[in-house]
Design a protein around this ligand. Structure first.
Ligand SMILES: NC(=O)c1ccc[n+]([C@@H]2O[C@H](COP(=O)([O-])OP(=O)(O)OC[C@H]3O[C@@H](n4cnc5c(N)ncnc54)[C@H](OP(=O)(O)O)[C@@H]3O)[C@@H](O)[C@H]2O)c1
Length: 254
């Protein structure tokens, strides 16, 4: 068989390895507060398959995700993603924890969830199976009793009056010694970050799947607001494409 349809995944894209990805996703510095998004998306733009993202990815995508987590100070997710994906007990592979130790970092990044409703039980695996003390990011108008209950199992950051203010959140995390933020979604949180121009990078795995259905996009619910990004790399990994985009123009920060 010849032509594109006859190629194996390896012929189509080639293999990726952890060392190559650590170099490809290296941060310019660890001090400047930075919000890096990581998403996987189908070729026809779906953010989920069967309501979860896992079915869209493959081993290369998971390898890249492990590398991105290894480089992060904190992994940030919206409460919708925690509820849909059952986030909990995230633990890096031994070689990634070792890489962090060698680079003067704690073994594991912290894990943070953004929520207004605080509809998360302290017994949820996100808290109960956490390997480092989790962080809850909320705002001043959220339910004080729920906040107090979650403060038993997590550090609670109050950022904003009636919604979480993404800039205040980024600065509060940086102030807590966590300037390198890896945000793993979901779409509503991404849109909130885009809206205030808080997204520095998008690391997007383009999965070689057409899924149709009615899954949403990787952003949802925000006001339309175009932000230009520039391509940093496009790494084929089999039929999947690892894309890294950075903001087109740096913003001045104090
Ligand atoms: N393909 C991928 O890479 C990927 C990644 C992540 C998620 N997903 C998929 O996305 C779906 C979930 O979507 P989603 O939009 O519900 O996820 P989400 O953005 O993680 O969660 C939305 C929730 O986050 C909280 N939130 C977000 N922004 C906020 C703000 N500015 N202030 C206060 N709270 C804020 C709110 O929580 P409360 O309701 O608690 O107030 C809100 O309801 C799932 O199907 C999941 O599998 C896909």
């Amino acid at each position: 068989m010849s032509g594109a349809e006859g190629r194996s995944p390896a012929e189509a894209g080639g293999a990726v390895d952890r060392a190559g990805l650590l170099a490809a996703y290296a941060l310019p510095d660890r001090e400047t507060p930075r919000v890096r998004m990581n998403f996987v998306m189908s070729l026809d733009g779906a953010v989920a398959l069967g309501g979860r993202s896992g079915g869209l990815g493959d081993d290369a995508d998971r390898l890249a995700m492990g590398v991105l987590r290894t480089l992060a100070d904190v992994v940030l997710v919206g409460a919708g993603t925690v509820r849909a994906e059952g986030y909990g007990g995230l633990r890096l592979r031994d070689e990634n924890a070792e890489w962090r130790r060698e680079h003067g970092l704690a073994d594991e990044p912290r894990l943070a969830v953004v929520s207004s409703a605080l509809d998360l039980e302290p017994e949820h695996p996100f808290f109960a199976e956490a390997v480092t003390r989790p962080i809850v990011v909320t705002h001043a108008a959220s339910d004080p009793a729920r906040r107090a209950a979650l403060a038993e199992v997590a550090d609670v950051l109050v950022c904003g009056q009636t919604a979480v203010d993404p800039i205040a959140m980024r600065d509060a995390l940086a102030g807590a010694g966590l300037p390198q933020i890896l945000c793993e979604g979901g779409p509503h949180l991404f849109a909130a970050l885009v809206e205030v121009d808080a997204v520095d990078e998008l690391c997007l795995s383009l999965s070689a799947l057409l899924v149709s259905g009615d899954a949403g996009r990787i952003t949802a619910g925000g006001r339309e607001h175009a932000r230009r990004m520039r391509l940093v790399h496009a790494i084929p990994a089999g039929d999947l494409l690892l894309l890294r985009y950075a903001r087109a123009a740096p913003v001045a920060r104090d």
